[in-house]
Write a protein that binds this ligand. Structure first.
Ligand SMILES: Nc1nc2c(c(=O)[nH]1)N[C@H]1C(S)=C(S)[C@@H](COP(=O)(O)OP(=O)(O)OC[C@H]3O[C@@H](n4cnc5c(=O)[nH]c(N)nc54)[C@H](O)[C@@H]3O)O[C@H]1N2
Ligand SMILES: Nc1nc2c(c(=O)[nH]1)N[C@H]1C(S)=C(S)[C@@H](COP(=O)(O)OP(=O)(O)OC[C@H]3O[C@@H](n4cnc5c(=O)[nH]c(N)nc54)[C@H](O)[C@@H]3O)O[C@H]1N2
Ligand code: SF4
Ligand SMILES: [Mo]
Length: 763
C-alpha cells in the first residue's frame, strides 16, 4: 500500500500506526490509527499534521464504528419488483445501469437525471469523478447538502466579493459566532484550543449570538441570547449603533468599497431600542458589543446553521458580513479574507444571476438546485420532471427536509442508483445500490481548504485493504462511462503510453486530446484515472484527478505556491505540488499568501467590496414589519431539529453504540417547560409539527429558554446489530420537517425553527 513509512508501535512491534484523518467533521483532523488486522483499535492526534497539529476531539476515537460497522455493503444490489434486493455481480450491475441510463437519455435527455451528493465530511474526491460522469451523461442538474445550508451565504459572498470569505479566529481580537456552536461542531482547525485561548486572553473577546447558552456561549465575553429566529433584529441593532454613533471606518470604506452609503442610510433608520426588545437582548449589551467591535484591530465572524436554517437567513448572512465590512476588518491578520482553493467548493457570482431550477423555478446558486425543491420536481406531471436520480455518498431521504416527500419521490422515479458504504434509508428505495470501499480503504481527500494566509490539503492513502466486493468510486465511474460507450480503450491507450514516458509527455498528450475532443475534456477526471492513475503508487490511482487541480493551483497562484516552498519552472510547478500531495501524509500547505493578496482574490468587476445588495437592503428596510414569533396556539414551541452534540456526526456512523452518552438523542427542554408539562429526565414526550409526529426521551436542560426545544441531528437511523431486523434509535429529525418552510432567496430550510407542540406520554 502507498503508506510510505508506517510507524511501528513502540510497545508491540507487530502493530503498525498509519497516518490519516478523522472523517467525522469538516475539520478533518490529522490522526494516527493503530490497526489490529482490519480493526482500528487506537487513534491519536498526529502532531506533525500541518493544520491540526495533534488536535482532536473525543469523536476521533470512535472512527472504527464507521470503518468496521456491521452491515457494510459487499455486493451490488438490484431491487426486485416486490421491493426486496438481490445481489448481482459487478459486470451485471454496470452493464444494466449503463443500459438503463442510455434508455433514459435517449427517451428524455440527460437533463432529466438529477445528480445528488458527491461527498460528505471526509470524502470529496469521488465528487470530482461524479462531475466527470455528469458531463459524460449530459446531466445538467445537481445538488448536495450545501444547498440546504450554505447557498444563501454563498450568494451574499458572491455579490459582495465574487468569492468566499473566511475568518482568522486564531488571531482575531474579536471573534463572533452567529448560530454556530464551535465547541461541538468545530468548523476551523484546533477549535476548542482556540476558544480556550480567546477565553484566557484579556485582550481578546468572543461574541456568541445564540438562543441557547451553548458550550461556546459559556466561554463568551458577550453572550447575546436572542429569541430564536430574531438574529436579523439583533444584528441590525448592532449595526445601527455602529452607524448612528459614527463608529464605522469611513476612510477605509471610501478606499475599498462601493455602495456603503446606501446601506448606512438604511441602518441610520434602525430603531435600536425597538430591535433590541424584539430580539430579547438588553439594549446595553447590544451597545457594548457594538463598541467592542468598533475599537478592535480585527474582527472575524463565523455563521452556521443556527441562522442559515432559521427565518431571514440570507438577510442575516448579509448583516453579519456588514459587521466586519463596516469597520474595515478585511485582509489583515485576525480579520476576514478571501483565500485560495485547490478545488473550489462553490462558484461565486458577483451578479447573483444563474438560471432558475427546472419545474419549481427556485434560485440555483453555485449550480445547485435548492434541496427543498427536489421532491416537487419529481412528484409532478410536468414534462421537465426528473425521471432518474444518481445519488452518491448522501442520504437525502434521511438528511433533507420532508422525509415522507422524499420516500414518495424515490418511488416515483423511473430509475435510481445509490453509491454508499451502508444500506441507508435512501439506498433502501433505489433501483441499484453500489457498495463503495470505505474512506480508510481508498485514497480520499476533501476540498474544505478554506484557510489564509496558509492553505492546506491532506490526501490520505488507504490504510486498510478494500472490503471484499467493494470498489472505490473512481473505478465505478470509469466502468460506467465505458459501458455506456462514452469512452473507449483506443482513446485511452495513447495517453497511457504517454503517461509511462513521463509527466511532460503526458501533459502534452492530455492537453492535445482534450482540445481535439471536448467530450473527453469533460470527463477529464475519469481519463486521468485511467491513464495517469496507472502510474501512481498502488492504492493512489484515484488521486489522478488532483494532478489537474495541482496544475490549476500552480497556474492561478504561482507566487503563493512558491512561497509555500515548492520550486520549479512554470511548467513544472504543478507536478512538484502534485507529487508532494501524493507523498506527504501530514498534509501539504499548498499556498502561502501575503495579506495584500487577499484583494487579488476579490472578484467583483472593480475589485472592491460591493457593499450594496439592493434586494437585501430593501429587506432590511422592511424588517420592522416582519414577525419575531412564528408560533401559534396549535404549535406553541420552536423546535431546533438537528442540534450538533458530543456524539453526533451527521449519518456517517449508523451503529448507536458509538455514543457514550445521550444514546437515544434526547429532546432538550427548559426546566420551566418541563415543569409545566410534568416531564422530567427520562420522561417520554410526543412532538408534533406540521410535518409529522414522533416520541423522544426527555432531557431537562437549563441552557434553553422557555418555549425553545432541541433534537440532535443524525438520529433515527436503522442499524442491524447482528445482521437481523433493523432497529431504529432516536428520532429522525426530518420526519418532522417540511419542504415549504424555507428561506425566500436560497430556499434553505428553517430546520432550527420548526413550530411544534408537546404532549407527555403517560408511562
Ligand atoms: N459533533 C458534530 N459536529 C459537526 C456535525 C455533526 O453532525 N456533529 N456536523 C457538521 C456539519 S455538516 C455542519 S453544517 C456543522 C453545523 O454546525 P453548527 O451550525 O454549529 O450546529 P448546530 O448545532 O446545528 O447549530 C448551531 C447553533 O445554532 C443555534 N441556534 C438555533 N436556533 C438559532 C437561531 O434562531 N439563532 C441563532 N443565532 N442560533 C440558533 C443552536 O442553539 C446551536 O448552538 O457542524 C459540523 N460539525
Ligand atoms: N433536520 C435537519 N436536517 C439536517 C441537518 C439539520 O441540522 N437538521 N443538517 C444538514 C446538514 S448541514 C448536512 S451537511 C446534511 C448531511 O447529510 P448527508 O449529505 O446525507 O450526509 P451524511 O450524513 O454525511 O451522509 C453521507 C453518506 O455517505 C456515506 N458514506 C460514507 N463514506 C462513504 C464513501 O466513502 N463513499 C460513499 N459513496 N458513501 C460514503 C454514509 O454512509 C452516508 O450515507 O444533513 C442535513 N440534514
Ligand atoms: S470530529 Fe472533527 S474535530 Fe473531532 S477529531 Fe474528528 S475531524 Fe477533528
Ligand atoms: Mo452541513
Amino acid at each position: 500500500m502507498a503508506d510510505a513509512a508506517p510507524l511501528i508501535d513502540e510497545a508491540d512491534p507487530t502493530k503498525v500506526w498509519h497516518k490519516t484523518v478523522c472523517i467525522l467533521c469538516s475539520a478533518n483532523c490529522g490522526v494516527e490509527v493503530r490497526l489490529d488486522d482490519r480493526e482500528i483499535t487506537r487513534v491519536r492526534g498526529n502532531k506533525e499534521h500541518v493544520a491540526s497539529k495533534g488536535y482532536t476531539c473525543e469523536k476521533a476515537l470512535r472512527i472504527n464504528h464507521y470503518q468496521n460497522a456491521k452491515g457494510r455493503l459487499t455486493s451490488p444490489l438490484r431491487r426486485r419488483d416486490d421491493g426486496s434486493y438481490e445481489e448481482v455481480d459487478w459486470d451485471t450491475a454496470i452493464t444494466d445501469i449503463a443500459a438503463r441510463f442510455n434508455e433514459i437519455i435517449a427517451e428524455h435527455g440527460g437533463d432529466r437525471i438529477m445528480y445528488y451528493g458527491g461527498g460528505g465530511q471526509g470524502n470529496h474526491l469521488l465528487g470530482a469523478y461524479g462531475a466527470a460522469t455528469r458531463r459524460a451523461l449530459g446531466i445538467k442538474h445537481r445538488s448536495n447538502a450545501l444547498a440546504q445550508e450554505k447557498t444563501g451565504e454563498a450568494w451574499v459572498d458572491g455579490r459582495l466579493f465574487g468569492n468566499h470569505t473566511h475568518g482568522d479566529f486564531h488571531h482575531a481580537e474579536v471573534s463572533i459566532f452567529v448560530g454556530k456552536n464551535v465547541w461541538h461542531s468545530h468548523g476551523f482547525d484546533e477549535a476548542r484550543r482556540v476558544l480556550k485561548d480567546i477565553n484566557n486572553d484579556p485582550g481578546r473577546s468572543m461574541v456568541v449570538i445564540d438562543p441557547r447558552r451553548s458550550e461556546t456561549a459559556d466561554l463568551a465575553d458577550f453572550f447575546l441570547q436572542v429569541k430564536p429566529g430574531t438574529d436579523a433584529f439583533c444584528i441590525a441593532a448592532i449595526l445601527g449603533v455602529l452607524v448612528q454613533d459614527g463608529r464605522t471606518n469611513s476612510a477605509w470604506l471610501a478606499e475599498n468599497s462601493v455602495g456603503a452609503e446606501e446601506v448606512m442610510a438604511e441602518l441610520a433608520r434602525v430603531d435600536i431600542a425597538e430591535y433590541s426588545q424584539r430580539c430579547g437582548v438588553d439594549e446595553a449589551l447590544i451597545r457594548a458589543t457594538a463598541n467592542r467591535i468598533a475599537v478592535a484591530e480585527s474582527v472575524s465572524v463565523l455563521e452556521d446553521l443556527g441562522i442559515e436554517m432559521a427565518p431571514n437567513s440570507t438577510l442575516v448572512s448579509y448583516l453579519q458580513k456588514l459587521l466586519w465590512i463596516l469597520v474595515g476588518s478585511f485582509g489583515r491578520p485576525g480579520a476576514m479574507t478571501t483565500h485560495s482553493s485547490m478545488v473550489p467548493l462553490f462558484s461565486y457570482s458577483a451578479t447573483g444571476k444563474e438560471p432558475d431550477a427546472p419545474v419549481t423555478g427556485g434560485a440555483v446558486i453555485s449550480g445547485l438546485v435548492p434541496c427543498n425543491e427536489i421532491p416537487a420536481a419529481v412528484l409532478t406531471d410536468h414534462p421537465d420532471r426528473y425521471r432518474a436520480m444518481f445519488i452518491e455518498s448522501a442520504n437525502p431521504v434521511h438528511s433533507l427536509a420532508g422525509s415522507q416527500d422524499w420516500r414518495e419521490a424515490m418511488a416515483a422515479l423511473d430509475f435510481s442508483v445509490v453509491i454508499d458504504v451502508a444500506m441507508t434509508e435512501t439506498a433502501r428505495l433505489a433501483t441499484y445500490v453500489l457498495p463503495a470501499s470505505s474512506q480508510y480503504e481508498k485514497v480520499e481527500t476533501t476540498f474544505f481548504s478554506l484557510s489564509f494566509p496558509d492553505n492546506s490539503m491532506t490526501v490520505r492513502a488507504p490504510v486498510v485493504a478494500p472490503l471484499e466486493g467493494t470498489l472505490p468510486e473512481p473505478e465505478m465511474h470509469a466502468r460506467l462511462v465505458k459501458a455506456m460507450g462514452l469512452l473507449d480503450e483506443a482513446t485511452l491507450e495513447p495517453l497511457r503510453a504517454a503517461a509511462r514516458e513521463g509527466r511532460k509527455e503526458f501533459a502534452a498528450a492530455f492537453m492535445d486530446a482534450s482540445m481535439a475532443n471536448p467530450a473527453l475534456a469533460g470527463m477529464g477526471a475519469i481519463v486521468l484515472y485511467e491513464t495517469l492513475g496507472k502510474t501512481l503508487p498502488e492504492g493512489m490511482e484515484g488521486a489522478a484527478v488532483l494532478w489537474f487541480s495541482a496544475q490549476q493551483a500552480a497556474m492561478r497562484f504561482p507566487a503563493a505556491v512558491r512561497a509555500a516552498g515548492f520550486e520549479g519552472a512554470d511548467d513544472e510547478l504543478g507536478d512538484v505540488l502534485f507529487d508532494a500531495m501524493i507523498e506527504r501524509r501530514d498534509g501539504v500547505v499548498f499556498t502561502r499568501h501575503d495579506y495584500e493578496q487577499s484583494w487579488d482574490m476579490v472578484r467583483t468587476p472593480d475589485q472592491k467590496i460591493n457593499v450594496h445588495i439592493p434586494e437585501l437592503v430593501a429587506d432590511l428596510a422592511n424588517l420592522s414589519a416582519k414577525p419575531t414569533d412564528y408560533r401559534t396556539d396549535e404549535f406553541p414551541y420552536v423546535l431546533a431539529a438537528g442540534e450538533r452534540r458530543a456524539f453526533t456526526a451527521n449519518t456517517v456512523i449508523r451503529d448507536p453504540s458509538w455514543r457514550k452518552r445521550d444514546r437515544e438523542g434526547a429532546l432538550r427542554i427548559s426546566p420551566s417547560d418541563a415543569a409545566e408539562l410534568g416531564a422530567e429526565d427520562g420522561s417520554r414526550i410526543r412532538i408534533t409539527t406540521p410535518g409529522g409526529s414522533a416520541v423522544a426521551v426527555v432531557e431537562v436542560n437549563d441552557t434553553l429558554q422557555a418555549g425553545h426545544i432541541t433534537l440532535p441531528n443524525g438520529m433515527g437511523l436503522d442499524y442491524s446489530p447482528a445482521g437481523g431486523e433493523p432497529e431504529v434509535t432516536g428520532v429522525a429529525p426530518n420526519e418532522l420537517t417540511t419542504n415549504d418552510w424555507k428561506d425566500e432567496y436560497a430556499g434553505t430550510p428553517w430546520h432550527k425553527h420548526v413550530p411544534a407542540r408537546l404532549e407527555l406520554v403517560p408511562v
